[in-house]
Design a protein around this ligand. Structure first.
Ligand code: GTP
Ligand code: ZN
Length: 339
């Protein structure tokens, strides 16, 4: 659609609509400024963005209740998970006046390939995989590299343990390796009640995002963690009921139960595809955390760790300090960048 050439008249119409929209926002902003000055808005208070629909946001107040807010024109690009300062209006809605510094931000390429933030202040990425569908050999490494590049802590979740052979089988062995590298590893199954305790502990007090390939059980896990979410999904703003939002924007869900008293999930179909983002060679090298002590110790400064003499990485593989499958995976990911 965007690629189609617009006629001059269509272009003129688009520009007109955009100008009108900007004018309305500006007008509202002036009105806001007047109302703020006139004391028509309450005191500043902290909140967190639960969802956003264009310039309308759903902000959670300190009591955990959703408040529909609009944005001041000077505040663009707020995303789900952002911590904000807002003020209550007299009609039950509010205005967001500031955004707090972000601890972390998750980005995704938009339709033009530009990286855009989609969620903020995420503490951990739960990388879900399962015996079925079995992970492609270096899929876990790819996810870990992507997670390391965002600075959000990855946690490996092996779901469908009910399908594993006694002792854990190949996947069990694979997981031991990641555990030894220092990554938290959690085993779950949605097939029994007992499977989720460790996961709930890991979610407590944090904001988490589930990622992983299709069919590994993300929806099933989330359904168990948020049993009455279907009720809450209806409690959106008027705007969203008019159908102006798409469900593809990320949404923040609070977990408040006996098991998880204070945990948050951010979810959307788009966010679950995380991990397929573009990475460069530096990201990939940095993303293999056990390589770090050896980086910079190769004989040649520009060593590409292929077959150069005196390569510290190759030596580490030789002496068993780096697992050869991880190194092979590293090579494969680099090769896929070049392809
Ligand atoms: N045996 C077994 N099956 C499971 C488990 N968890 C989920 N499943 C099944 O696996 C299938 C896929 O689960 P989903 O929850 O839809 O997987 P998903 O990761 O959300 O998939 P997408 O929505 O495509 O990203 C469903 O048929 C689930 O019932 C589990 O612990 N054990
Ligand atoms: Zn080297």
């Amino acid at each position: 659609m965007s690629k189609r050439k617009l006629s001059r008249q269509q272009r003129w119409r688009v520009e007109k609509v955009q100008a009108e929209r900007a004018q309305r926002a500006e007008k509202r902003d002036v009105q806001d400024a007047e109302k703020l000055a006139a004391g028509e808005y309450g005191a500043e208070q902290p909140g967190r963005v639960m969802a956003h629909f264009g310039r309308t946001l759903e902000v959670r107040n300190a009591d955990g209740m959703p408040v529909r807010c609009h944005l001041r024109a000077n505040l663009d690009g707020l995303v789900t998970g952002d911590r904000v300062i807002w003020r209550a209006g007299q009609d039950g809605s509010g205005v967001v006046v500031a955004r707090e510094e972000r601890d972390s931000v998750l980005k995704r390429p938009d339709s033009r390939g530009l990286l855009k933030p989609v969620a903020a202040n995420i503490d951990q990425l739960l990388i879900v995989f399962a015996a079925e569908p079995a992970p492609h050999p270096n899929l876990i490494d790819r996810y870990l590299v992507a997670a390391e590049a965002t600075d959000i802590a990855p946690v490996l979740v092996l779901n469908k343990t009910d399908l594993l052979p006694e002792g854990g089988g190949e996947l069990g062995t694979l997981l031991e390796r990641y555990h030894a590298l220092g990554y938290p590893v959690i085993r779950t199954t949605t097939a029994s009640d007992a499977g989720l305790d460790a996961l709930r502990q890991q979610l407590e007090g944090r904001t988490s995002v589930f990622v992983g390939q299709s069919g590994v059980g993300k929806s099933s896990l989330i359904d168990l963690l948020l049993p009455d979410e279907t009720l809450r999904i209806g409690a959106l703003s008027e705007d969203s009921r008019k159908g102006t939002h798409t469900t593809t924007t990320a949404r923040l869900y609070a977990m408040r139960s006996d098991e998880v008293t204070n945990g948050e999930l951010i979810d959307s179909p788009g966010i679950r595809e995380f991990g397929l983002i573009h990475l460069d060679e530096q990201d990939v090298t940095d993303g293999f955390i056990e390589f770090r002590p050896f980086i910079g110790h190769c004989r040649f400064r520009d060593c590409r760790h292929r077959n150069e003499p005196g390569c510290a990485l190759l030596n580490a593989v030789e002496t068993g300090k780096i697992h050869q499958q991880r190194f092979a995976s590293y090579r494969r990911i680099l090769d896929s960048l070049e392809a």
